[in-house]
Design a protein around this ligand. Structure first.
Ligand code: ACO
Length: 373
């Protein structure tokens, strides 16, 4: 059995990357060699996206030029504008983003090239446009006008402004910016792998990102943050321990817990837990934070499982005023920086990704004409 493929490709090295690295036993995460604990709360999301896509931390001038590129790249193409209302009416957020990114690809000036320079430009535009697509979608479905972006605000600031319709407090912008940094890249997670498989056929960046968005959507991956909030909303505050135990006894998975790689605390959860506590206290109602802490204790006691990135992200986004059904879309706003960097990396040193499979079906079957079966 030793040479049989592992179900779920656990522990299989599927690509080489210089983008991020995880030490699952020690609970550590690095972007291009920088510890996430050094970056979180210090580097901005724009700096982090530059680091991932362009290979080094930017100087002040490089960051200013990149910000100009992001600012200019926010403009959405005609196909998106023509279709966003119908899409908002018929599709849920992650389905809509899958459609909208595909449509955005049609109007991208570099759509026919996967050359390195074209890829860098597209990567910046995709990072710039993803928060705008989420905001356009959200306002199209609610029939409201998207607030104008403020050129003085960062991606984090403008996203909160455009989603909530209010100028966000400075601390909310800082916290959300840190969330974007924490979610930016994470080695060979399912959506990144999907993007790389697509890119490795020498398909274009937008196609690879569409594959990634479809993959992030699932509840075992990015969709977990929305499910965490729904679970918290469905439990009576005084019945957390019993409800969680009942769910576990029934063989249910508790969303926001467990990880394929981390065997200890996910380092991103450490930051998100603190942010959730701070926002809960500032909001004057810390019910969901207290319930989350209790869930964490019960799940650890029963299953030795730690919260993953999605667990405390849920309450952080809730306290920031983001609608629950947009939580996974928020994840995509950040992960766009990592996905695009992986596509650049894949195209730069490509080989088709084509694993093998273990055949478990019938053999030596004899074909019979349809009337003899
Ligand atoms: N709740 C209860 N039990 C769990 C959980 C959970 N959240 N996670 C794992 N387990 C149990 C499984 O039931 C299984 O138990 P068993 O061996 O007795 O059957 C064991 O732990 C191993 O679980 P697998 O699903 O095989 O572990 P895998 O490495 O394949 O999965 C995953 C990792 C998918 C993240 C899993 O922990 C899970 O489903 N978690 C809930 C969904 C979630 O939070 N996803 C977000 C992950 S982070 C991200 O993608 C951004």
């Amino acid at each position: 059995m030793a040479d049989k493929p592992t179900k779920g490709l656990a522990d299989v090295v599927a690509a080489s990357t210089a983008l991020s690295d995880i030490d699952g036993k020690a609970g550590r995460l690095f972007y291009r060699g920088y510890d996430i604990h050094d970056l979180a709360g210090r580097a901005t999301f724009e700096e982090t996206a530059y680091l991932l896509q362009r290979g080094k931390l930017p100087t002040r001038q490089e960051l200013a030029d990149y910000n100009t590129e992001l600012h200019d790249g926010r403009e959405l193409g005609a196909l998106v504008a023509q279709n966003v209302e119908e899409i908002a009416e018929k599709q849920k957020p992650m389905e809509a983003l899958r459609s909208l990114v595909s449509l955005a690809g049609a109007d991208d000036p570099d759509k026919d090239s996967i050359a390195p320079e074209a890829n860098l430009r597209k990567a910046a535009r995709l990072v710039a446009q993803q928060p705008v697509l989420v905001a356009r979608y959200h306002h199209a479905r609610t029939g409201s006008a998207v607030p104008d972006p403020d050129p003085e605000l960062s991606i984090a600031g403008n996203f909160l402004l455009q989603i909530t319709g209010r100028r966000p407090p400075r601390r909310h912008i800082e916290i959300f910016d840190e969330c974007l940094v924490l979610h930016a890249d994470h080695t060979m997670n399912a959506s990144t792998f999907a993007a790389r498989v697509c890119a490795a056929t020498l398909s274009d960046m937008h196609s690879a990102i569409v594959a990634a968005i479809g993959t992030l959507k699932g509840p075992l991956h990015g969709g977990a943050n929305e499910q965490v909030m729904k679970t918290l909303e469905s439990i009576e505050p005084g019945k957390v321990a019993q409800t969680v135990r009942d769910k576990l006894a029934a063989g249910e998975k508790i969303m926001g817990f467990g990880h394929r790689v981390y065997k200890t605390e996910d380092p991103r959860a450490t930051h998100l837990r603190k942010m959730s506590a701070e926002l809960a206290e500032a909001s004057g109602d810390d019910t969901y934070y207290r319930m989350s802490k209790e869930m964490e204790e019960v799940v650890f006691e029963a299953k030795d499982l730690y919260p993953n990135v999605d667990f405390y992200a849920a309450t952080v986004y809730h306290y920031l005023g983001i609608p629950t059904d947009l939580f996974t879309a928020v994840f995509s706003v950040s992960r766009m920086s990592g996905w695009t960097a992986h596509v650049i990396e894949q195209h730069a040193d490509n080989r088709l990704i084509r694993p093998d499979s273990e055949y478990i079906g019938e053999r030596d079957q004899k074909w019979k004409p349809i009337d003899e079966r």
